[in-house]
Design a protein around this ligand. Structure first.
Ligand code: ADP
Ligand code: MG
Length: 258
Protein backbone atom coordinates (compact mmCIF):
# COMPACT_ATOMS: atom_id res chain seq x y z
CA UNK A 1 0.00 0.00 0.00
CA UNK A 2 1.28 3.45 -0.91
CA UNK A 3 0.19 6.28 1.34
CA UNK A 4 -0.39 9.95 0.56
CA UNK A 5 -0.85 12.67 3.19
CA UNK A 6 -3.00 15.73 2.62
CA UNK A 7 -1.65 18.34 4.99
CA UNK A 8 -1.29 22.04 5.73
CA UNK A 9 -0.86 23.76 9.09
CA UNK A 10 -3.97 25.79 8.40
CA UNK A 11 -7.61 24.81 8.65
CA UNK A 12 -10.19 25.63 5.98
CA UNK A 13 -7.84 24.98 3.06
CA UNK A 14 -9.75 22.04 1.51
CA UNK A 15 -7.69 19.23 3.09
CA UNK A 16 -10.80 17.19 3.85
CA UNK A 17 -12.44 18.02 0.52
CA UNK A 18 -9.29 17.01 -1.38
CA UNK A 19 -8.99 13.72 0.56
CA UNK A 20 -12.63 12.87 -0.22
CA UNK A 21 -12.41 13.76 -3.93
CA UNK A 22 -9.15 11.92 -4.49
CA UNK A 23 -10.37 8.89 -2.56
CA UNK A 24 -13.65 8.79 -4.42
CA UNK A 25 -12.13 9.22 -7.90
CA UNK A 26 -9.27 6.72 -7.41
CA UNK A 27 -11.74 4.13 -6.09
CA UNK A 28 -14.08 4.77 -9.00
CA UNK A 29 -11.14 4.21 -11.34
CA UNK A 30 -10.55 0.76 -9.85
CA UNK A 31 -8.19 1.14 -6.88
CA UNK A 32 -8.82 -0.18 -3.40
CA UNK A 33 -8.61 3.05 -1.42
CA UNK A 34 -8.43 3.56 2.32
CA UNK A 35 -9.14 7.08 3.55
CA UNK A 36 -7.85 7.78 7.05
CA UNK A 37 -9.51 10.54 9.08
CA UNK A 38 -6.93 11.95 11.49
CA UNK A 39 -8.96 15.01 12.51
CA UNK A 40 -10.93 14.84 15.77
CA UNK A 41 -13.51 17.13 14.14
CA UNK A 42 -14.21 14.14 11.85
CA UNK A 43 -15.45 16.17 8.85
CA UNK A 44 -14.33 13.43 6.45
CA UNK A 45 -16.13 10.75 8.45
CA UNK A 46 -19.28 12.87 8.53
CA UNK A 47 -19.08 13.75 4.84
CA UNK A 48 -19.50 10.07 4.00
CA UNK A 49 -22.25 9.66 6.60
CA UNK A 50 -20.19 7.17 8.60
CA UNK A 51 -20.86 6.72 12.31
CA UNK A 52 -17.81 6.22 14.51
CA UNK A 53 -19.40 6.33 17.94
CA UNK A 54 -17.85 2.99 18.86
CA UNK A 55 -14.70 2.06 16.98
CA UNK A 56 -12.52 4.77 15.51
CA UNK A 57 -8.92 5.52 14.63
CA UNK A 58 -8.56 6.76 18.25
CA UNK A 59 -8.79 3.10 19.39
CA UNK A 60 -5.87 2.25 17.10
CA UNK A 61 -3.69 5.06 18.42
CA UNK A 62 -4.62 4.62 22.06
CA UNK A 63 -3.04 7.51 23.95
CA UNK A 64 -0.63 7.36 26.84
CA UNK A 65 -1.09 3.58 26.54
CA UNK A 66 -1.29 1.38 23.43
CA UNK A 67 -4.48 1.24 21.39
CA UNK A 68 -6.71 -1.81 21.83
CA UNK A 69 -7.77 -2.30 18.18
CA UNK A 70 -6.06 -3.00 14.87
CA UNK A 71 -6.67 -0.67 11.94
CA UNK A 72 -8.62 -3.45 10.18
CA UNK A 73 -11.05 -3.53 13.17
CA UNK A 74 -12.13 0.09 12.68
CA UNK A 75 -12.27 0.36 8.88
CA UNK A 76 -15.75 0.75 7.40
CA UNK A 77 -16.59 0.16 3.72
CA UNK A 78 -18.28 3.06 1.90
CA UNK A 79 -18.84 1.69 -1.58
CA UNK A 80 -16.96 -0.03 -4.41
CA UNK A 81 -13.29 0.09 -3.55
CA UNK A 82 -13.65 2.96 -1.09
CA UNK A 83 -13.25 2.54 2.68
CA UNK A 84 -12.59 4.78 5.65
CA UNK A 85 -10.87 4.57 9.00
CA UNK A 86 -13.19 7.01 10.78
CA UNK A 87 -12.39 9.39 13.59
CA UNK A 88 -14.36 10.80 16.47
CA UNK A 89 -13.84 13.45 19.12
CA UNK A 90 -11.80 11.07 21.32
CA UNK A 91 -8.91 11.54 18.92
CA UNK A 92 -8.29 14.90 20.55
CA UNK A 93 -7.34 13.40 23.92
CA UNK A 94 -5.44 10.68 22.07
CA UNK A 95 -3.08 13.21 20.59
CA UNK A 96 -2.35 14.73 24.00
CA UNK A 97 -1.76 11.29 25.51
CA UNK A 98 0.74 10.34 22.82
CA UNK A 99 3.25 12.98 23.94
CA UNK A 100 4.97 10.81 26.53
CA UNK A 101 4.82 7.48 24.71
CA UNK A 102 7.86 5.69 23.31
CA UNK A 103 7.64 5.15 19.54
CA UNK A 104 4.84 7.75 19.32
CA UNK A 105 5.78 8.80 15.77
CA UNK A 106 5.49 5.26 14.37
CA UNK A 107 2.02 4.16 15.47
CA UNK A 108 0.27 4.67 12.13
CA UNK A 109 3.20 3.21 10.18
CA UNK A 110 3.01 0.05 12.31
CA UNK A 111 -0.76 -0.13 11.87
CA UNK A 112 -0.30 0.13 8.08
CA UNK A 113 2.28 -2.67 8.24
CA UNK A 114 -0.34 -5.07 9.60
CA UNK A 115 -2.90 -4.16 6.94
CA UNK A 116 -3.39 -5.77 3.54
CA UNK A 117 -5.76 -5.52 0.61
CA UNK A 118 -5.47 -1.79 -0.14
CA UNK A 119 -3.64 -0.15 -3.05
CA UNK A 120 -3.49 3.35 -1.66
CA UNK A 121 -4.17 5.22 1.59
CA UNK A 122 -5.10 8.89 1.65
CA UNK A 123 -4.73 10.59 5.01
CA UNK A 124 -6.72 13.67 6.01
CA UNK A 125 -4.78 15.60 8.66
CA UNK A 126 -5.94 17.98 11.36
CA UNK A 127 -4.68 21.56 11.13
CA UNK A 128 -1.31 21.99 12.84
CA UNK A 129 1.79 19.85 12.87
CA UNK A 130 1.12 17.80 16.01
CA UNK A 131 1.84 14.13 16.58
CA UNK A 132 -1.06 12.88 14.47
CA UNK A 133 0.24 14.78 11.43
CA UNK A 134 3.78 13.58 12.22
CA UNK A 135 2.43 9.99 12.30
CA UNK A 136 0.88 10.55 8.87
CA UNK A 137 4.12 11.95 7.45
CA UNK A 138 6.17 9.08 8.90
CA UNK A 139 3.79 6.46 7.47
CA UNK A 140 3.62 7.89 3.94
CA UNK A 141 5.46 8.13 0.64
CA UNK A 142 3.86 11.29 -0.76
CA UNK A 143 2.50 14.65 0.40
CA UNK A 144 -0.01 17.00 -1.17
CA UNK A 145 -0.34 20.50 0.29
CA UNK A 146 -3.57 22.31 -0.54
CA UNK A 147 -3.41 26.08 -0.09
CA UNK A 148 -5.62 29.09 -0.54
CA UNK A 149 -4.28 31.55 -3.10
CA UNK A 150 -3.01 34.29 -0.79
CA UNK A 151 0.39 35.60 0.28
CA UNK A 152 -0.22 34.67 3.91
CA UNK A 153 -1.28 31.18 2.94
CA UNK A 154 1.82 30.67 0.81
CA UNK A 155 3.92 31.51 3.88
CA UNK A 156 1.99 28.77 5.66
CA UNK A 157 2.96 26.39 2.83
CA UNK A 158 6.63 27.25 3.38
CA UNK A 159 6.28 26.47 7.09
CA UNK A 160 4.58 23.18 6.26
CA UNK A 161 7.44 22.35 3.87
CA UNK A 162 9.93 23.12 6.63
CA UNK A 163 8.21 20.70 8.99
CA UNK A 164 8.24 18.03 6.28
CA UNK A 165 11.96 18.67 5.75
CA UNK A 166 12.40 18.18 9.49
CA UNK A 167 10.90 14.67 9.27
CA UNK A 168 13.75 13.59 6.99
CA UNK A 169 16.36 15.48 9.01
CA UNK A 170 15.21 13.72 12.19
CA UNK A 171 15.60 10.33 10.48
CA UNK A 172 11.86 9.61 10.76
CA UNK A 173 11.21 9.10 7.04
CA UNK A 174 13.72 9.63 4.26
CA UNK A 175 11.48 8.51 1.39
CA UNK A 176 8.80 11.17 1.58
CA UNK A 177 8.12 12.89 -1.74
CA UNK A 178 6.40 16.27 -2.04
CA UNK A 179 3.93 15.49 -4.82
CA UNK A 180 3.02 19.17 -5.00
CA UNK A 181 0.93 22.17 -4.06
CA UNK A 182 -2.75 22.42 -4.96
CA UNK A 183 -4.26 25.90 -5.13
CA UNK A 184 -7.84 25.67 -3.87
CA UNK A 185 -10.95 27.83 -3.72
CA UNK A 186 -9.53 29.74 -6.68
CA UNK A 187 -11.49 32.55 -8.34
CA UNK A 188 -10.16 32.85 -11.87
CA UNK A 189 -11.36 36.43 -12.46
CA UNK A 190 -9.54 37.68 -9.36
CA UNK A 191 -6.28 39.40 -10.28
CA UNK A 192 -4.69 38.58 -6.91
CA UNK A 193 -5.38 34.85 -7.30
CA UNK A 194 -3.77 34.85 -10.72
CA UNK A 195 -0.74 36.73 -9.37
CA UNK A 196 -0.37 34.10 -6.65
CA UNK A 197 -0.58 31.32 -9.25
CA UNK A 198 2.21 32.99 -11.25
CA UNK A 199 4.28 33.37 -8.08
CA UNK A 200 3.94 29.68 -7.22
CA UNK A 201 4.90 28.66 -10.75
CA UNK A 202 7.98 30.91 -10.82
CA UNK A 203 9.04 29.72 -7.34
CA UNK A 204 9.69 26.32 -8.92
CA UNK A 205 7.28 24.53 -6.59
CA UNK A 206 5.36 21.74 -8.28
CA UNK A 207 1.79 22.86 -8.83
CA UNK A 208 -0.90 20.19 -9.08
CA UNK A 209 -3.55 22.42 -10.55
CA UNK A 210 -6.12 24.89 -9.42
CA UNK A 211 -9.46 23.98 -7.87
CA UNK A 212 -12.10 26.64 -8.55
CA UNK A 213 -14.27 28.00 -5.78
CA UNK A 214 -17.88 26.88 -6.16
CA UNK A 215 -20.94 26.87 -3.90
CA UNK A 216 -21.67 23.43 -5.33
CA UNK A 217 -18.87 22.02 -3.16
CA UNK A 218 -20.81 22.95 -0.01
CA UNK A 219 -24.06 21.83 -1.62
CA UNK A 220 -22.52 18.41 -2.19
CA UNK A 221 -21.43 18.20 1.47
CA UNK A 222 -25.01 18.83 2.60
CA UNK A 223 -26.06 15.85 0.45
CA UNK A 224 -23.27 13.63 1.87
CA UNK A 225 -21.64 13.49 -1.54
CA UNK A 226 -18.29 14.34 -3.04
CA UNK A 227 -18.40 17.04 -5.70
CA UNK A 228 -17.13 14.48 -8.24
CA UNK A 229 -20.26 12.45 -7.59
CA UNK A 230 -22.69 15.35 -7.12
CA UNK A 231 -21.65 17.47 -10.09
CA UNK A 232 -19.33 15.31 -12.21
CA UNK A 233 -19.31 17.68 -15.19
CA UNK A 234 -18.62 20.84 -13.16
CA UNK A 235 -15.34 22.75 -13.00
CA UNK A 236 -14.29 21.60 -9.48
CA UNK A 237 -14.80 17.94 -10.48
CA UNK A 238 -12.82 18.47 -13.66
CA UNK A 239 -9.97 19.93 -11.60
CA UNK A 240 -10.07 17.05 -9.13
CA UNK A 241 -10.01 14.52 -12.00
CA UNK A 242 -6.91 16.29 -13.29
CA UNK A 243 -5.34 15.97 -9.82
CA UNK A 244 -6.25 12.26 -9.74
CA UNK A 245 -4.49 11.80 -13.07
CA UNK A 246 -1.28 13.32 -11.75
CA UNK A 247 -1.53 11.21 -8.60
CA UNK A 248 -2.08 8.03 -10.63
CA UNK A 249 1.09 8.74 -12.62
CA UNK A 250 2.95 9.48 -9.37
CA UNK A 251 1.70 6.20 -7.87
CA UNK A 252 2.96 4.24 -10.87
CA UNK A 253 6.38 5.92 -10.75
CA UNK A 254 6.58 5.34 -7.01
CA UNK A 255 5.78 1.66 -7.39
CA UNK A 256 8.37 1.13 -10.11
CA UNK A 257 11.06 2.76 -7.93
CA UNK A 258 10.51 0.22 -5.14
P1 ADP B 1 -9.91 21.71 5.82
O1 ADP B 1 -10.09 20.23 5.89
O2 ADP B 1 -8.55 22.11 5.30
O3 ADP B 1 -10.24 22.39 7.11
P2 ADP B 1 -12.30 21.66 4.17
O4 ADP B 1 -12.04 20.69 3.08
O5 ADP B 1 -13.13 21.21 5.32
O6 ADP B 1 -10.93 22.27 4.71
O7 ADP B 1 -12.94 22.96 3.50
C1 ADP B 1 -13.32 24.07 4.30
C2 ADP B 1 -14.66 24.57 3.81
O8 ADP B 1 -14.54 25.07 2.47
C3 ADP B 1 -15.74 23.49 3.77
O9 ADP B 1 -16.97 24.06 4.12
C4 ADP B 1 -15.74 23.06 2.31
O10 ADP B 1 -16.99 22.53 1.90
C5 ADP B 1 -15.42 24.36 1.61
N1 ADP B 1 -14.73 24.17 0.33
C6 ADP B 1 -13.70 23.35 0.07
N2 ADP B 1 -13.32 23.43 -1.22
C7 ADP B 1 -14.14 24.35 -1.81
C8 ADP B 1 -14.29 24.88 -3.13
N3 ADP B 1 -13.49 24.49 -4.13
N4 ADP B 1 -15.26 25.80 -3.34
C9 ADP B 1 -16.06 26.21 -2.32
N5 ADP B 1 -16.00 25.75 -1.08
C10 ADP B 1 -15.05 24.82 -0.81
MG1 MG C 1 -10.49 19.04 7.54
Amino acid sequence: MISIVITNQKGGVSKTTTTAELGWILAKQGSNVLMVDLDSQSSLTQLFGVSAENNSIADVFGGSIEGNLDLSDVIQPINGGLSIAPSNVLLYTTEMGLAGRAGREYILKQAFGKLSGYDVAIIDCPPGMGLLTINALVASQGVIIPSLPSVMDLRGVDLTLETIGGIDAAGLNSSLDIIGILLVQFISHTLEHNRILEAVITSGKRILGVIPRSVKVQEAVSKNKTISEYDPKGKPSEAYYYLAKIVTTWLKDNKSRR
